[in-house]
Design a binder for this molecule. Structure first.
Ligand code: HEM
Length: 418
């Protein structure tokens, strides 16, 4: 079976190919990428549960993908980027690209940032950011939803939760946006490569200064908790590069993913007036709507794992050293797991069983924060306006072509004020 999952057309709309793969070849070798893609829900669950056979030490693999853009750059660009990177601390894997027991050690510390009481405590902050963003729209009845709503809200919330001081917010936003772009894995021009490296250095220096400040003068924010808590097993504070790795994951894994979910949810509403009516008649269904958006559009479409020993995945043989790529976006539309998988069903039982936040020991620690932002965000926008529709003055919205992060770059909508 020949498939081209990674050509532009299929990256923009991978669902027909996923369907074919699930039916005909649920573990499938893709020669041009030199990895095996996995598309069935149960097989992916099996992969995510077995961290011994399927390792998360895929940092080098990801760096390899990113290097493809870098290698074709001129030697002067490569030298400039290397000179900037040489001023940075050597990166260290902590969670996303590490396995237990090392990953577990960092996870228990990070768990302190996302306890139910921490998330409840920040609910008013989330509501305030959402309301301020909507107030700022005034009487507008047409806008780019991504630019005016989906993008700024998660960025402002993560900045506030981390404890970025007012005077650094603008610079933080620029650098954090650049860091978040790494998940897109889209090709960069040479000036963009240099610019991204410089912003990564600026962000690192800003965060190190903040860590030092919080150690001297603790505040009620995430950087303080990370800077002043001890790793239980080793009875020591975190080193700079450990904290930078964790903070970077918050920015890369936590920002554009939430932005993307907002965008897909609004597109679903625009295309489905009945859904708008149902949610406006009964806003208590918004949490299930959010789960269905996460399931149907899966911002993190998939992630790799390294096979550590010869094994069978279903009836497919894998060898030690193989790379597999689990397509969460396909698992979430698997008809062996979900009835009517291609539609948004507000009454769906077990709507949260999707794999959009992963599963097992790497399951997203920020999911409660993301859900809080998405629920409060959609509640507020649906209370503010009605009759959401696509703005015909613009072309039909399409996803950016990306292997991992699936997002709409822009979404021009119209609506009526309530
Ligand atoms: C809709 C929003 C989000 C989505 C779809 C999402 C998705 C994911 C997924 C799929 C994983 C699992 C990776 C794997 O299988 O290896 C993950 C892990 C992670 N996420 Fe999220 N995420 C979201 C929001 C957030 C937020 C708001 C934060 C923090 C502020 C965050 C921080 C992390 C971290 C640190 C990890 C690594 C955990 C580990 O490997 O132990 N995410 N996320």
């Amino acid at each position: 079976m020949t498939i081209s999952l990674f050509d532009e057309k299929n990256l923009i709309d991978p669902y027909p190919v996923y369907r074919k793969l699930r039916a005909e070849s649920p573990v499938h070798f893709v020669p041009e990428m030199n990895f095996h893609v996995v598309t069935r829900y149960q097989l992916i669950r099996q992969v995510l549960r077995d961290t011994k056979v399927y390792s998360s030490k895929f940092a080098d693999f990801m760096a390899g993908l990113a290097m493809a853009a870098f290698e074709s750059a001129s030697s002067s660009t490569q030298e400039k980027v290397a000179a900037i990177q040489g001023q940075m601390l050597p990166p260290i894997p902590t969670m996303l690209t590490e396995d237990p027991p090392v990953q577990t050690m960092y996870r228990s510390l990070v768990a302190m940032l996302f306890t139910a009481s921490q998330v409840n405590k920040t609910e008013p902050q989330v509501v305030e950011v959402v309301e301020k963003t909507i107030d700022h729209l005034g009487d507008l009845t047409s806008l780019d939803f991504m630019r005016e709503f989906a993008f700024p809200i998660p960025l402002e919330i993560i900045g506030k939760r981390l404890g970025i001081p007012e005077e650094l917010v603008e610079k933080f936003n620029i650098c954090a946006t650049s860091a978040a772009g790494t998940l897109r894995l889209s090709p960069l021009t040479e000036p963009q490569l240099i610019d991204r490296a410089q912003k990564a250095l600026d962000l690192e220096q800003m965060l190190i200064r903040l860590i030092d400040d919080r150690r001297r003068d603790p505040k009620d924010d995430m950087i303080t908790i990370l800077a002043t808590s001890k790793l239980e097993k080793e009875d020591r504070l975190l080193e700079y590069n450990e904290m930078l790795s964790i903070l970077n994951q918050f920015l890369v894994a936590g920002h554009e993913t939430t932005t993307s979910t907002f965008g897909w949810g609004m597109l679903l509403l625009c295309r489905n007036p009945k859904l708008q009516e149902d949610l406006q008649a009964d806003p208590s269904q918004i949490p299930v709507f959010v789960e269905e958006v996460l399931r149907l559009e899966t911002p993190v479409q998939g992630l790799p794992r390294l096979v550590t020993e010869d094994t069978m995945l279903g009836d497919y043989p894998l060898k030690a050293g193989d790379v597999i790529f689990s397509h969460y976006g396909s698992a979430n539309r698997d008809d062996e797991k979900f009835e009517d998988p291609e539609v948004c069903v507000l009454g769906r039982k077990g709507a949260g069983a999707h794999l959009s936040f992963g599963s097992g020991v790497h399951a997203c620690p920020g999911s409660s924060l993301a859900r809080q932002e998405l629920n409060r965000g959609f509640e507020a926008f649906l209370a503010h306006a009605k009759n959401f529709r696509l703005d015909e003055a613009f072309p039909d919205p399409v996803s950016e072509p990306s292997i991992i992060l699936r997002a709409l770059p822009e979404l021009h909508i119209k609506f009526d004020l309530k």
